[in-house]
Design a protein around this ligand. Sequence first.
Ligand code: NAD
Length: 433
Amino acid sequence: MNIAMIGTGYVGLVTGACFAESGNSVVCMDIDRDRIAALREGKVPIHEPKLVELVLRNLNIRLSFTTDLAAAVEASKIVFIAVGTPQGINGNAKVEYVLTAAKNIAQTMSGYRIIVNKSTAPVGTADQIYALVERTTPHPFAVISNPEFLKEGCAVDDFMKPDRVVLGGNDAEATEVLKKLYEPFVRTGNPIVVMDRRSAEMSKYASNAMLATKIAFINEIANLCEELGADVDHVRHAIGLDRRIGPHFIFPGIGYGGSCFPKDVRAIISMGNSSCEMALLKAVDEVNERQKTILLDKVRAHFGGHLSMRTVAVWGLSFKPSTDDMRESPSIPVIESLLKSGASIRAFDPVAGKQATKLFNGRVHCCEHSYEALEAADALMILTEWNEFRLPDFQRVKRLLKSPVIFDGRNLYNTAEMRELGFTYYSIGRGNV
Ligand code: NAD
């Protein structure tokens, strides 16, 4: 099939590359000229495992890149929209990029097109797209909502083997075409679920809201564990064995971040605003914001409230492992707060160093190696659970730090072992050692 992908970010690029890999002819379009120029040379501007190989294998065979929307639409029967839907001032999701893309598609199409919205957009957006396209073009078309559930850090694997594909639309012909397109990805029997457009849009928000709720829940339980002398590791294990609860997504930490959970939780709150108060999700958002300060409070308490003249080593900057994405990463408020208190930061992240240098505008010293960040630091903070931080050379860590103090926001280490190794070790919901 001939496919156009409007928007070539995390979702658009992964989707485009995966569709090309399954034999389709895909043209990825973006308004960002630098991004498209780089991609044309096979340079992938984001860190996502397996993506470079996929792009290089298909480039100029079944996968091409352009800034010319009209050419992309002309060449394709199916046109996906995968542009950003950032947070607006009232917590709402801004849909103007989606609607602009839809209007541009309608203005340039010269015959039947299936317009598929993959961006996470408020319930009713696909209906808005339908009305907009209908007003703009005399040509026949269908509009399908096809929310994306991939996770950054394993986006290619998620796309290649999705738990489910959701298609929202009442156009049987267009739905059949999309089912065919997705068939190679659901060969193990995972379902393609067909529903109306509004339910499809809501499925995406409900899914992210549920995941965010699980994280906020375990974080709140972790804080109470600490207060009452329980260990959240035991509690997490015990409750996870209940099949109604399950072991996934109940790891405590310093709050969720990224480009989706915070914005999608606020968007769903905003959707309910006037008619249906989303009390639970408001609390989830609030708990999550509070959780970002938990580890900082421990740092302040440890140093008697005085952080000026202190140097803090930070391991991990991205909002989760295996990505360079720092959008809404909890590391940002933590580091900003430390800087404000007069501390100096020596940070290391396996892939997000470049983003961080730009973001903190030179106020953070980004190191090339994890151990380099520890040199003459008063303490180590762990903010992202990259695999390479899981089993460090603790003797080396001890030698390099001025004093053996670790604030672990991801509960990577065993508290008893840390005590034996002679560390002062703070983590989340397990008491301090
Ligand atoms: P992104 O910011 O990485 O990429 C968006 C791209 O769209 C940018 O490259 C931008 O230049 C381009 N763009 C904006 N307006 C355009 C236009 N009119 N024409 C062409 N290109 C345009 O965003 P993303 O992370 O890929 O997210 C895209 C959508 O998918 C969002 O709605 C997001 O909520 C949703 N989503 C994201 C993820 C994720 O993990 N990142 C997962 C599922 C769903």
